[in-house]
Design a protein around this ligand. Sequence first.
Ligand SMILES: NC(=O)C1=CN([C@@H]2O[C@H](COP(=O)(O)OP(=O)(O)OC[C@H]3O[C@@H](n4cnc5c(N)ncnc54)[C@H](O)[C@@H]3O)[C@@H](O)[C@H]2O)C=CC1
Ligand SMILES: O=C(O)[C@@H]1CCC=N1
Length: 268
Amino acid sequence: MCAQTFGFIGTGNMGGAVARAVRKHLDGERLLLANRTASKAEALAQELGCRTADNETVAETANFIFLGVKPQMMAALLAELGPVLARRTNRFILVTMAAGLTIARIQELSGGNYPVIRIMPNTPAAIGEGMVLYTCSEGVSPDEEQVFLEAMSGAGRLSALSESLMDAGSAVAGCGPAFVDLFIEALADGGVACGLPRAQALEFAAQMTAGAAKLVLSSGQHPGALKDAVCSPGGTTIQGVRALEAAGLRSAVIEAVLASYEKNFDLK
Ligand SMILES: NC(=O)C1=CN([C@@H]2O[C@H](COP(=O)(O)OP(=O)(O)OC[C@H]3O[C@@H](n4cnc5c(N)ncnc54)[C@H](O)[C@@H]3O)[C@@H](O)[C@H]2O)C=CC1
Ligand SMILES: O=C(O)[C@@H]1CCC=N1
């Protein structure tokens, strides 16, 4: 177990998911949770067997301070934390998960050239199936990166990514679960239209999606080749593919990723 303390300020959808993942490799005594609505942090702390604290205590004591607030709330939060961070004499690292906000911006808002790890997680991190992209600022040592990676290993796959590509990675891996959820919901609706009970339609759609994704990752085959293997000549699947192509599925998905990517620039 890690001997460093991890603190979370903002335990909403994403902060909460990452805290759940970190708890797998961290003693409960080493995990501190703070949230503006304290009851939210308290409920999660009860689930995870860890403690709650106020923002100031987290900023004063945690070695890794996860900032789990929305990008629009970051300036106010860091204005509050700045004086506390400035008083610290021991080592700490800020971990930001905010869409769009650069490491340089986090340092500017916090009032110090502090070491920062910028991450872009996604909600499946809560169950160890996340995709977490990360960039370390100058000043984060290889040993500190290692401690961070070990603590985060319960989140799923971790991948170092140049900060210049973080917004692009975010549009695919960070936003992607919502796109896939729409797809799963629509698949289930289609199943219901064909007569399946709703619960079974959802189960079939979700397990199929998980399995198809795992096959892409484990086989190393191009998704186009895997698609071809499902389409029996003169069969049923190719008729569905024809309908999806006519409705512009690929273009719709590409446009969704670009729209999400572009929104990052409003948040900077
Ligand atoms: N939801 C997602 O799938 C992902 C979200 N993110 C990032 O995670 C961050 C949080 O997003 P969500 O979890 O979706 O939002 P959320 O609204 O679910 O969570 C934000 C939490 O911060 C708390 N909060 C706000 N101001 C605070 C303050 N001054 N002190 C303490 N707590 C405060 C709120 O009460 C809330 O519980 C954002 O920066 C977002 O860009 C990144 C990747 C994926
Ligand atoms: O919607 C958002 O802004 C966040 C960032 C990536 C996924 N959710």
